[in-house]
Design a protein around this ligand. Structure first.
Ligand code: PAF
Length: 304
């Protein structure tokens, strides 16, 4: 495995790399969730393809300086994890090369970025799509892998790829969880022991809501109320958002109705100082059987 920092060397390496070239973008502080994305990329690339991982802590997607400062930096351990998981090349450029001092172009997504994390983290998704545009241009991958934990990010990236005509297949990977269900995240390291213990209640609540939906509750206001109450039992938790949305358009749904696209429950909350997000798909409700008497009437009509 090679690590490259220089953009032009990276461009050269990628243009001659055997295809498929599968790209896993990261901001470092890698954990088993990332390992799973990289291993998945390795499987998809096969023995003859190429797996590239970028490690770049992107300042443009943090609107609170403290959040950026607190983000763990663990490059050496990250490289070990990349190698073990099957990466061929790690790209870890420096901020100055990615964003020259007089750089003046940014990418803005205008429809899917306004709610959820976009509402509480202004500029965040512009930072994400700007860095990905740069990385896609440098690496020119055939495929790119993203985790489903950052659901809104995943949907926005699909839109970026479609709207800017990147010839890239976006592969989504299910959220990787700790044994107690907590979604793996670099931020989990910031939780105190007691916070970490109660954080599993997030996924527990998501599953309880899903169970209610499976039992036939289709009114999203009832489900949302239940979700909020569950999350509010977590000590030191402050909720940012709890939403049930059409999982593709990210628009609110009143009912889990048959024929609509799948709904998704998405939550963000702070436990103490640490912001955590998670989500779960909610099943569409089965179509109701045709009304009984209508059936009979049409039967009668046939007889006559
Ligand atoms: O999900 C992340 O780690 C980041 O948002 C990404 C996609 C690597 C862009 O910096």
């Amino acid at each position: 495995m090679r690590t490259l920092e220089d953009i032009s060397l990276m461009q050269q390496a990628c243009s001659s790399a055997p295809k498929p070239l599968i790209f896993v973008p990261t901001m470092g502080a890698l954990h088993q969730g990332h390992a799973s994305l990289i291993s998945h990329a390795r499987k998809r690339a096969g023995e003859n393809g190429t797996v590239v991982v970028s490690i770049f802590l992107n300042p443009k997607q943090f609107h609170v300086a403290k959040d950026f400062d607190l983000y763990p930096r663990t490059l050496q351990a990250d490289q070990v994890l990349c190698k073990k998981s099957g990466a061929d090349v790690v790209f870890s450029p420096c901020v100055k090369e990615i964003y020259p001092l007089d750089s003046s172009i940014k990418v803005v997504e205008g429809e899917l970025s306004g709610n959820l994390c976009g509402a509480s983290r202004p500029g965040h998704f512009s930072g994400v799509v700007t860095i990905l545009t740069k990385l896609f241009n440098i690496i020119a991958p055939t495929h790119a892998v993203f985790g489903e934990k950052d659901w809104q990010q995943l949907i926005i990236i699909r839109r970026l790829v479609r709207d800017l005509h990147f010839p890239i297949e976006v592969i989504s990977h299910p959220t990787v969880r700790e044994e107690d269900g907590l979604a793996m995240s670099s931020r989990n390291k910031r939780l105190s022991k007691t916070e970490r213990k109660v954080a599993c209640k997030i996924y527990e609540t998501l599953r309880e809501v899903r169970a209610r939906a499976l039992n036939g509750e289709s009114d999203t206001s009832v489900l949302l109320d239940f979700a909020r109450k569950g999350l509010m039992t977590i000590p030191e938790a402050t909720i940012d958002y709890v939403e049930i949305l059409d999982e593709q358009r990210l628009q609110p749904l009143k009912k889990l109705a048959p024929g609509t696209t799948v709904a998704r429950l998405l939550v963000a909350l702070n436990i103490g100082e640490t912001r955590l997000i998670d989500n779960i798909a909610l099943p569409p409700q089965p179509s109701p059987p045709p009304p009984h008497d209508q059936h009979e009437t049409s039967g009668l009509r046939n007889e006559y």
